[in-house]
Design a protein around this ligand. Structure first.
Ligand code: SF4
Length: 326
């Protein structure tokens, strides 16, 4: 067999990312121009709407203004009713309260599957539980979830963190997790939790979302047929970084997995002696970036392109209610 490309399917946009981007695009498209007339932007977005710099750059070029915190939004814009979109990763109640206090027009693009974890936290805290939350410290999603009840939600990242936890024997205890973790790594953390706290209960359903699970399953199959895997996705995209780790593990020492934002970051040296290159992309990555990587590899004589399809996705989330009629 000659040099070839194996594309993972599913890859790229998930339903939550699609909804978040469409939320901002719908506001941009239907903006009445009140903001424009006064020199204000048509929309503010708190944090990156999804963790992909190309998506953010594209929306910024269309007029969206990205801020890290709400205090960067001037009172004049709040008074003019310029909408403020919360990103797909969700926010903590303190952010919601601040927006309410300032009378902001909020459009919440939090992925419904992240909102589900927020609701679980509230429900279990109300029922007297302590919650061990498996997630990445500092990630927007984790900050939002822990913020629901900082005294009762205990964030851990790794198996080694389990040792540092202490809960009363047979007390009410449950674990929840970030939506974009590695299934295999999380399994090890859960096992360690069950060993240390045998009375800990499981969430009613896995918090690792369908898109994360499907992309990890697909990249594993791809890696098993490849000598090297390229994951398209940004460095701050949790699910993209997890895909790289899963691929590296599935390659089992036969080669390496690399993450690139786009084709310009490919390094020819990675492909020396490589016959088969697997490709996938994170849930926040537009397909044109994958096409760019495929084209770049074709110029290195990887001309045969095949697919590994592990499942068909048909998940779709409707836009936030106030945008549906636009
Ligand atoms: Fe929602 Fe999962 Fe997509 Fe995150 S990766 S936005 S949780 S569907």
């Amino acid at each position: 067999m000659g040099k070839r490309i194996v594309l993972a399917d599913p890859r790229g946009f998930c339903a939550g990312v699609d909804r978040a981007i469409q939320t901002v695009e719908t506001i941009l498209r239907t903006s009445t121009g009140g903001g424009h007339r006064s020199g204000l932007p048509p929309v503010y977005v708190r944090r990156q709407i999804v963790h992909n710099r190309h998506v953010v750059g594209d929306l910024a070029a269309q007029g969206a203004v990205f801020v890290e915190e709400l205090d960067e939004i001037p009172d004049e814009a709040v008074k003019a009713g310029v909408p403020v979109v919360f990103s797909a990763h969700g926010v903590s109640p303190s952010v919601q309260h601040e927006a309410k206090r300032r009378g902001m027009h909020v459009v919440d693009a939090t992925c419904p599957l992240v909102s589900k974890v927020h609701r679980e936290v509230l429900r279990y805290v109300k029922d007297g539980y302590d919650i061990v939350y498996i997630g990445h410290r500092g990630h927007d999603e984790a900050v939002g979830v822990v913020g629901e009840s900082p005294d009762h939600v205990h964030l851990i990242e790794h198996v080694s963190d389990v040792e540092g936890l202490d809960f009363p024997e047979n007390g009410k205890l449950i674990y929840l997790s970030q939506t974009t973790l590695s299934i295999d790594e999380t399994r090890d953390v859960i096992e360690a939790l069950k060993q240390r706290f045998p009375w800990i209960i499981e969430p009613p359903s896995s918090d690792i979302c369908y898109a994360t699970q499907n992309r990890q399953t697909a990249v594993k199959s791809v890696a098993e047929q490849s000598d090297c895997v390229v994951v398209v996705g940004s460095a701050n995209s949790s699910n993209s970084v997890r895909l790289m780790e899963v691929a590296e593990q599935a390659l089992a020492g036969r080669g390496h997995a690399y993450r690139v934002d786009d084709a310009s970051e490919l390094n020819d040296a990675w492909f020396t002696g490589v016959e088969s290159v697997g490709i996938t992309s994170g849930a926040s990555v537009p397909e044109e970036l994958v096409i760019g990587v495929v084209d770049a590899l074709k110029s290195l004589c990887y001309e045969d392109v095949s697919y590994v399809t592990t499942t068909r996705e048909n998940m779709h989330f409707v836009l936030p209610a106030e945008l549906r009629k636009r």
